[in-house]
Design a protein around this ligand. Structure first.
Ligand code: C2O
Ligand code: CU
Length: 648
């Protein structure tokens, strides 16, 4: 039955009147504004934590949009339409400013925010609502029931409206918590061990003092972030047993820290923002002190906003010369790194854009700051030690950019021994070569060789990126590099007893490396997980002092991951069902190939809260980070957006 005209409406309840007259046309617009309001209210509590006036704004905007949606069902007058369109467009305009030049308010004034899923969904909903309202203002709906065409169009508009609302609300509830505390749980009755009490005891070791000034510098036409004006920063070279005192002076526009990669420091000196210290703010100074217990090749780098700061240039070599063992006539540390100037903006849409840009422009691989052939002095007959340090994330091309295929290096011109990996000496290393050595980010390989009577020794990269030439003799002939065998550390050197294993394993933990598309930090991301969880709410491995802990690492991805544990040494037990056939391997950065499984063990002999993460900076930034936490250890520091600490 069709009802027409005023006489009919008079017999109906008042709400029916309006639904009848304008309802069908009003519903899509109401849904769009209701959706925008719902998303605003979802993210409102997080914004309250961040900065109260922002929270108030989101509350008011959300309430206004919800009321507009309700009002639209009862009245569709011209004035309401103009008001609603103007309100929605004003919010859109504010959003555009905040995403381009930044708002002059809040924790981080005049700093554009990143575009996320929730705010993008809100903006689309607001634009659709505003469009409808403008049309309504220009041509108010007349009385009478809507025609079928209008009904169908309105019904169809519900689909994007509801979808955007669901996606936006979902994204809004998955934001990064404003601050997280990584303290280990404390059992009732157990005394807590404050992390800042875990410092090196005073001692009379020879003291070596260094000052590292973190400062911007112009390098190759780009503004790099440097230690003491160079990339890499100065090489720190000390003797095993020395006490290092390093003063960090922060002259950067951002806060920073220094982490001593591979060095078994006391926990309070580990340099991880939000776990072992607050990031050092611009203009401030911080001092680290530790004893270099182990000889070997290490490096140091920022552990605040690491993916960004390391790529900008904040790293350097740390060489601890062993008290015992073979000496060399020439001893060089070589850091292979990305030429500074491709800073990563972060994960999410914009970071992804940065990576795609980088993938198309190609990586610029540098050795000790130069992209030219690096020449090193050595005379015929000299014993040369080269300490290769991987500071390069790996090749990232187009859609395969997550794979992080490690750098490969081929020494040619002589046979060479690999005397240490990650600072851990190998047992009875034989002279080999040429073979391809894979160097994942964070790993170190120490080569030792004797200079031939005539001729130079070179280190080449099969992809043709870089080369290093040692000595001044004629260059050796270059073999087909890609066809050379791959060096396998598990089949090199000779077996020797491993004291760790004698004791037996106390506890075994699974470390499943995975990835899944999802929303983290308001951003759509290929989230990288450990046991299905992503940082900062990632997996915690609880250990007790004195335990021997086994980690079963299962790589369920098609990517390479360099798994790095702070403050400890990992002894390799097994890879894909095979134990090392040669020298025992004591590493801190495991290069795990696609779909490999590794068993490693460590002795829990260094109490604290220790990061255990993939060293591929992008993977860590996408969540592939866990913690090894000693029972009862607490930290006074927080990480997360509000805290200013962001260790990845
Ligand atoms: Cu090279 Cu978590 O560090
Ligand atoms: Cu990884």
């Amino acid at each position: 039955m069709s009802v027409r005209g005023a006489s009919a409406t008079a017999r109906l309840p008042f709400w029916h009147l309006h639904l009848r007259l304008s309802g069908w046309r009003a519903i899509p617009t109401a849904i769009f504004t209701l959706g925008a309001g719902a998303i605003h209210l979802t993210v409102m509590p997080q914004h309250f934590q961040e900065y109260r006036p922002f929270g108030v704004f989101f509350l008011l905007a959300g309430l206004a949009q919800v009321s507009l949606a309700a009002a639209l069902l009862f009245s569709t007058g011209r004035r309401m339409a103009i008001l609603g369109a103007a309100g929605n467009l004003a919010i859109v305009a504010l959003w555009v400013v905040s995403r381009t030049v930044g708002l002059p308010l809040g924790d981080d004034p005049w700093h554009p925010e990143t575009v996320g899923v929730a705010d993008a969904a809100v903006t689309i909903l607001e634009l659709m609502a505003a469009w409808n309202l403008i049309r309504l203002a220009r041509r108010p709906w007349g009385p009478g029931p809507a025609r079928t065409r209008v009904r169908i169009r309105s019904a169809l508009a519900l689909v994007p409206g509801l979808l955007l609302t669901i996606v936006g609300v979902e994204a809004g509830t998955e934001g990064m918590p404003a601050s997280v505390n990584m303290s280990a749980p404390i059992a009732p009755g157990q005394a807590s061990i404050p992390m800042d009490s875990l410092k090196a005891a005073p001692g009379s070791e020879p003291l070596r003092s260094f000052t590292l000034v973190a400062e911007p510098a112009q390098i190759g036409g780009q503004t790099a972030w440097t230690f003491n004006g160079t990339v890499p920063g100065p090489e720190l070279r000390v003797m095993q047993g020395d006490r290092l005192r390093v003063t960090l002076v922060n002259d950067l526009p951002a806060s920073t820290t220094i982490h001593w990669h591979g060095v078994r420091v006391s926990n309070a000196e580990d340099g991880v923002a939000g776990v072992t210290q607050d990031a050092v703010p611009p203009g401030a100074t911080y001092s680290y002190e530790f004893v270099a217990r182990d000889g070997g090749t290490f490096w140091y780098h920022s552990h605040q906003d690491t993916a960004n700061q390391l790529t900008r240039g904040l790293f350097g070599a740390l060489v601890v010369q062993a008290r015992q063992g073979p000496t060399a006539d020439r001893d060089y540390a070589l850091i292979f790194h990305e030429f500074p100037g491709h800073p990563i903006i972060g994960p999410g849409l914009q970071g992804l854009a940065g990576y795609v840009g980088q993938a198309f422009s190609g990586q610029r691989v540098a050795v000790n700051g130069t992209t030219d052939d690096l020449r090193l002095l050595a005379l015929p007959g000299d014993r040369v030690r080269l300490r290769l340090i991987g500071a390069l994330e790996g090749e990232q091309f187009g859609p395969l950019m997550m794979v992080a295929e490690p750098l490969e290096l081929v020494p040619i011109g002589t046979c060479y021994q690999i005397v240490a990996i990650d600072g851990g000496d190998l047992n009875a290393p034989q002279c080999i070569g040429p073979e391809r050595l894979r160097l994942g980010i964070g790993q170190r390989y120490d080569l030792s060789f004797e200079m031939p009577a005539s001729g130079a020794v070179r280190i080449l990269d099969p992809r043709g990126h870089e080369s290093v030439t040692v000595g001044s003799g004629p260059a050796p002939a270059v073999p087909d590099l890609k066809g050379l065998p791959l060096f396998d550390p598990l089949g090199y050197g000779r077996p020797a007893p491993v004291p760790v294993l004698g004791h037996g394993i106390d506890v075994t933990y699974q470390v499943v490396l995975g990835e899944e598309g999802g929303i983290r930090n308001f951003q759509p991301e290929l989230i990288h997980t450990i046991n299905g969880k992503a940082a900062p709410m990632g997996t915690t491995y609880l250990v007790r002092e004195g335990e021997v802990v086994r980690l079963r690492i299962v790589n369920e991805t098609g990517e390479f991951h360099t798994m790095h544990l702070h403050g400890h040494v990992l002894t390799v037990l097994d890879r894909d069902g095979g134990a090392p056939r040669g020298s025992p391997l004591h590493l801190d950065s495991l290069l795990v190939s696609p779909h490999e499984r590794w068993d490693v063990a460590f002795v829990a002999d260094n109490p604290g809260l220790w990061m255990f993460h993939c060293h591929v900076l992008l993977h860590a930034a996408l969540g592939m980070s866990a913690m090894v936490s000693y029972d009862g250890v607490t930290t006074p520091f927080d990480l997360g957006a509000r805290s200013g600490n962001q260790p990845e």
